[in-house]
Design a protein around this ligand. Structure first.
Ligand SMILES: Nc1ncnc2c1ncn2[C@@H]1O[C@H](COP(=O)(O)OP(=O)(O)OP(=O)(O)O)[C@@H](O)[C@H]1O
Ligand SMILES: [Mg+2]
Length: 346
């Protein structure tokens, strides 16, 4: 991707020009962002082009550099090298213009634990210049939208983890930002609260907000993000839609379930020979799975099983999961650390 401006678009070939016209200018364009802490290159040459009005996901394990990248893009941290524009404004030279169009959960709009949900949102609205009455109206509106009406007059420190995450997001959109940074908005939440946060994110996007989301959850990036940058050790190691990332590792995965668990060992040998790829033994004692690049081989392999008298209870072909993508790209599984989840809960 390259950025365009009106002085150069009319020099582009017609095809490119039409494409440029259809694609709105990106919300964020970053070139070679670098941030070094002592010996650690926390962010090590990141290039980005983040489209407007969509969810863009940063996916990576602990310490990958996700938060550091976001802090630079939100003007909280100066890059050591490189630069970026946010809605066309230079991150460094026009930091105020950038700041006026963005919001970052838990940073700019910090929620006070000792105050109630209502008090927090009203205060933020007042700070943003709302009149007293309008501030109360906006606060009530947000409490309702985030399903926090019943807890409106309770101190935030008495909120559950999920409620806390919702009030944090509510606080950061009092002024409907054009760009919202959500740094691991669902880490440590139970599935129900996670779904509520996902619904909120979808609703914000449908209202035109661009969202930059970081997550360690592959499923979350898969569900929400239109495009995903996979980050590891300060570098973007892959970028694309979830579908593109899955396709880039080739093929899909075959899952086979046998009628008789005792047939698993001979079945493993037959599949390995016919599929040319390592076979995984699933926790279900009658199930096996394998990465396949060629679906024709699958048909042959299943035929060989039947010929050997090994009966199949069922099989399915699926796209690889983002977990498999991560494993392939980094040689390591994406680890969601337990400690992290506990910290977020506690
Ligand atoms: N203020 C700081 N001083 C020193 N080192 C830092 C600082 N902030 C981050 N780092 C280091 O930079 C690297 C990237 O950290 P960062 O917080 O950006 O990772 P992350 O991808 O957000 O991880 P997590 O998923 O755990 O939040 C880590 O090695 C971290 O220890
Ligand atoms: Mg982080």
């Amino acid at each position: 991707m390259h950025s365009h401006n009106s002085t150069t678009t009319d020099q582009l070939p017609a095809e490119q020009f039409n494409k440029a016209r259809q694609e709105p200018s990106p919300a964020i364009v970053a070139h070679n962002l670098v941030k070094v802490f002592g010996e650690t290159r926390a962010v090590d040459g990141v290039d980005l082009s983040i489209p407007k009005g969509k969810v863009y996901g940063f996916l990576g394990p602990n310490g990958a550099g996700k938060t550091t990248t976001i802090r630079m893009l939100a003007t909280l941290l100066q890059p050591d090298e490189g630069n970026a524009t946010v809605f066309g404004h230079d991150l460094i030279k026009e930091a105020d213009a950038v700041r006026s169009r963005i919001s970052l959960t838990g940073q700019f709009a910090s929620v006070d634990d000792d105050m109630t949900g209502m008090e927090n949102l009203t205060l933020i609205a007042r700070l943003l210049g709302y009149q007293r009455k309008q501030a109360a109206v906006r606060a009530a509106e947000l409490l309702q939208a985030f399903d926090l009406e019943a807890a409106a007059n309770r101190q935030v420190k008495k909120y559950s983890g999920g409620m806390r995450r919702r009030i944090d997001i509510a606080a950061s959109i009092v002024n409907s930002p054009e760009l919202l940074f959500l740094d691991e908005p669902t880490t440590g939440l139970d599935p129900r609260s996670r779904n509520q946060v996902w619904d909120i994110i979808r609703a914000l996007v449908s209202n035109g907000t661009t969202i930059l989301l970081t997550t360690q959850y592959l499923e979350e990036a898969d569900q929400l993000a239109d495009r995903i940058a996979v980050i590891d050790k300060g570098k973007i190691i892959a970028e694309g839609t979830a579908g593109e990332l899955k396709r880039s590792i080739g093929g899909g995965s075959l899952h086979v379930r046998l009628l008789e668990p005792e047939h698993r060992s001979p079945a493993e040998q037959i599949l390995a020979k016919n599929l040319d790829s390592p076979i995984r033994l699933d926790s279900d004692p009658a199930a096996l799975s394998a990465q396949v690049n060629d679906t024709k081989k699958v048909i042959a392999a299943l035929g060989e099983l039947e010929k050997a008298g090994i009966h199949i209870a069922g099989f399915s072909m699926g796209q690889p999961s983002l977990d498999e993508v991560f494993l392939k790209l980094t040689g390591e599984p994406a680890h969601h650390t337990e400690e992290n989840e506990e910290m977020a809960n506690g």
